[in-house]
Every structure is written in C-alpha cells, then in structure tokens.
Write a protein that binds this ligand. Sequence first.
Ligand code: ADP
Ligand code: MG
Length: 649
Amino acid sequence: MKLMKSLRLRWKMLVVVLPLVLIPLIVVGGIVSYTSVDLARQGINKASMDDLEHMAAFTRHLLESHHQQFQVYQKERKDDFITDLKTLAKIAENMVAAEQRLVENGEITLKVAQQRVRKQLKQVNIGETGYLYALTSDGTLQVHVAREQENILNEQDGDGRFFIRQMVETAKATEPGELNLIRYPWRNEALGDTLFREKLAAYLYFPQWDWVIAAAGYISESYTDMMFEQQALNDLKEKIKQKKVGLTGYIFCMNSKGTFTIHPQDEGQNFIDIRDRSGHEFIREMCEKKQGWIRYPWGDEGAARMKIVRYEYFEPWDWIVAVGCYEDEFYEAANTISWNSAKLTLAVTLLTSLICVLLVSYASKVFTDPIREMIRVIRRVKKGHLDEQMDIDSNDELGELAHTFNRMTEIITQNQEMQASLAQHGKMASLGVLSSGVAHEINNPLGVILGYAGYIENKIGEKDPNYHYIHEIKRESKRCRKIVQDLLSYARTPQSVLEKTDINALLDQIVDFAANHTDMHHVTIVKNLSPGLPELNIDGDQMRQVAINLILNAGGAIKDHGRLEVETRRDNEDILIIFRDSGVGIEQEILERIFEPFFTTKEKGTGLGLAISKQIIEQHHGSIHMTSTPGVGTTVTVRLPQDSEEYLL
Ligand code: ADP
Ligand code: MG
C-alpha cells in the first residue's frame, strides 16, 4: 500500500490495469489450450485406435490372401495327384495284363504271375507313404505293403463309411480298365498317425483275376509344394514381423491355444498362462474372446505402461491376429501439440501484455499530461505569474478543473487590480483633503497679493522701470490661483447637477469657443457630430470643462499645424465622444500614467486636466479611454451611458 502510494500515476494505472487484462487472458488461454489438448488427445487416441484396427484387419487380409492362394495350389496339386494316381493305377493294370498274357501263352503259371506282380507293385511309392494295393472282390488283400491276405471288406474310413465295399462295388460295376476315384479320411495306425488325413485312391477292376487294383496316397504329401508354401509363409511372417506399430509396437499371431505363430522374438512359445502386471491372464482372454480390444499394464521394470491391443480371429487357420502398442506412444503427438499450444498461449500473453503496457502508457500519458501541465501552471502562478493560463482543451473533469483554475487566477488578478486602484483612490482622497486645506490657506493670501499687485500696476504706469516686475508678480499669482482652483475642483469633487442636455449643441458651442483660444490657432477643428442623438442627463458645466481640457491637450500636442476631429456617435446604449488629433502622440510608458494627478510632461502644466476629466466622467458613470501612436496622433474616447440618472443616487 505504501509502495502504491509512492508510485507515479502511470505506474499505478499499469499495476491496476495489467492484471485486469492478463488474468482473464491467462485463464481463457489456459482453458482453451487445455481443451484443445484434450480434444487432440481424444482425436489422436481415436486415430491411433483406428490405425490398430486397420493394421489388424490388414494383417488378417494378408493371411487370407496367402491362404486363398494356397487353396488354389492345393487344388492344382490335388489334380496333379489324381492324374498321378490314375497313371499309376493304369501302369499297375498294364503290368497285371502283361503277366496275364504270359499265363495265357503258357509261359508261366497264374500263381507265378501273381507273385511277380505282387513284387513289382509293392516297389512303387506314392508320395511319402502312398502305395499300390490290390484285393479280390471278397475283400482279401492280394497286394499290400503290410497286410497281405487280410480281409478288409468291412474296413471303415474316418467318416465311418464302408469304403472298401464301395470300392469293390463301383469297380465291378464299371467297364474293365475304367478308372474310379475315391476319397476317404484315413489314419494309418501302423505308421503312427494320430489324425485322419485325406487319402485319395484311383482304382480299376481286372476281371480275369477278380482283382481291384488301387493306387492310393495322402493328398498332403507332395514334397515340393510343401516347400513352396512354407517359403511363402515364411516370407509373409517376415513381412508381418517387420511392420512397426507406433514407436515400439508390433504385430503378432498365435493359435487359439496361445502358442505364438508369428512373433518378433517369442515365436513357437506358448503364453496361455502369462499374466500382466495386474495379474490378469490376458493371452487366455484373447484366446477365448478371439476378437476385440484389450488393455493391460505391461513392462519389465519401473512403472507399468498401458498397452493396447486390437485382435482379430482368422478362422481358416484358427489363428488370432493381434496388433498392439504402448498407449503413451499415441500421446507423443498430443504432447507435442500441448507443448506447442502452451508456447502459443505464452507468446500471445506476452504480446498482449506488451500491447497492454503500451496502451496503458499511452492512456496514462493522455491523463497525466494535462495534470503535469496544470502543475507547471500552478507553480508559475505561485511565483506570481498570474497571467499564466491552463491551456487544456477537453470537456472532461480535467478541462473543467483547468477552466475553474483559470477563472480563479482571473479573479485574483481582478482583486489585485482592485486593491491597487483602491490604494490609488485612497491616495487621491487624502491628497484631495490635504490640497483643499492648503488651497484654502493659499487662496486668501493670493487674493491679497493679486489685489495689491493690480493696485500698484495701475498706480505706476507702464513706463515705470518696476512695472515689469509687478506685471510678472500678477501673472505668476494668477497661475497660482489657477492651480489652486484646479486643485480645489479636483479635491472637492463637486456633486454633478444633472440636466437634460443636447450633447451635440454643447460640443458645437465649446469647439467654437476653443477655436478662438490662442493655443488653438494652428489647429483645424473638424466637427463630425451625429444628428438625432438623445439628450443626455449630464452636468453641462462639468462636461464643458472636460471638453476644454481634451481640446487644449490636443492643441498642446500639435506642434506646427494639425487637425482635431470631434466626433459623436451612438454605440448601442452608449454615446461616444471622440477627440482624434494628429499630434505628437504618447509613448506607452507615459500613456499608462497620464490620468495620475500632477502627471505632466509640460513645463507649465498642472497635470490635473486629465485627472479631473476622468473624475467627472466617472461621476457620470462613463469611462474615458486613450489610445495613441507616437508620431501619428492620439484618440480620446469618452463613453457616456444614455441614461446616467439611474446610476446617480
Ligand atoms: P497638463 O495638460 O497640465 O500637462 P493633463 O492631465 O491635461 O495635464 O495632461 C497630462 C499629460 O498628458 C500632458 O502633459 C501630456 O503629456 C499628455 N497629453 C494629454 N493629452 C494629450 C494629447 N492629446 N496628445 C499628446 N499628449 C497628451
Ligand atoms: Mg491639460
């Protein structure tokens, strides 16, 4: 608070305004940037989840297309296989037929022939485990790698079908040598098969021997194709493993038992029992649900990070395709955005504060400049320069203050002037009392002196050598009497006797009278009297005295030859009487003093003419005013109110 008091206005304004602007700005900026970051987070989250979903679907499609491609291969392979089987069955039939011809030619017995056939046929391998076999129509195996002479008529395939019977029947029903095909799921226990595999057999009937000859093999056993498919699958796996998700995420696949079929590190291992950091068996959940989203805390050390995984089911292989990554990696982008928006908010705040500081400085300048100007003027006025004015041009409180202050200095000036004039009046008054007393005392002796001087003058005559002295005594005594009379008329301030007077007529008369005066012979007097002026309520004698004074002054001021213009005219409610001469004029410093009593520039002047005139005019509630240009002339303006009576009580 103390600090605040000691601050200049401008800083005070800053202290008050800056928080007003900045606090809302920071609050709004904070809210906006917080929501924008939040929205960005949500958007990014959504986008990232979409990404995961797309990648999972994409991976599933890769598997799908691989699968479909090999469906086609398998079909082709099957067709080839069938052709092979058929060819082999046909070869077998040819071999049997060849032996039969030898028998018919009597070269060998049937028994030897069958023995030889048995030996030859058993040497043929079809795929890995396929072979040729033959049986008589009663179901007894005639040729077989392991079970010769066994009756298999009632054997059933994986579907429970009596497929041997079916073979025998169809073989016998078709033309001799014509090929038939049969497919049956089979499990060769002798070879240690645990699962049924699809087996194909091409067979035909050889009636002479009542043999059904068959070439049979597992479809899956086509070695080269297996290699090719494996290679393609490995390529696909590599491709999938190399795919990055976010920063450290990846794609993996597993079968529904929880064994990883594709995984960057742990391929082939089973993780059905693995638990996340919260103890949940998430792999098991995925294997059970087969499709969906899962989130789990993960990480070896430090704080657990949330991992999010999208997983989908690929039915043909019973695989689960999973795409996962750490959630915080999603938010990397959002964090960048939030940092950027924080920077932006900061920048905007700084910029706004700068603008604010500038504006406030400007505003405070606008406010404080007038105040400084006021302080300056007040200081000047205090030093006595009362004419100093506050120059503030505004209609606000400051303007009003300045105006009032100016009025105040004006009033002070007026008061001072009034005091000065009061003092002057006081001086005049005491002077008047003094001089009237003195004048009285002088007047009587002067009368005596003048009387005796006149008496002696008459007595001695002009020729007397002393006549000159007497004459001089008489003249100077007269001058004294004039001074005394003037003094008395100034000091006594006689009451004016007002009469309706035609001012033009008065002036006309007085000008003519004055023109005959010896002091006025070198002056041309011009009258310029406005006709039809109203009659004025004035003291005619006094007004004549004023006019004589002014006219004689003009005459005194005109050196060689010149002119005096006497003008009357109406000015609103007033009448102006103007005396305009072409005399020597008055210097400024003299002009200021000419109304003082006893001020004169003349050797024999009394200095009372203008003082008395002013006194008389003011008694009539008028004013007298003098302007002059040295070398050009002087103008005296007497202003009289039209009706002075109402002022005179
Ligand atoms: P006085 O005439 O006795 O000197 P006034 O009071 O009549 O006294 O005049 C005072 C002084 O004013 C004069 O001495 C003169 O210097 C000056 N003065 C007055 N009237 C004029 C004028 N018309 N032209 C120039 N000076 C004038
Ligand atoms: Mg005079």
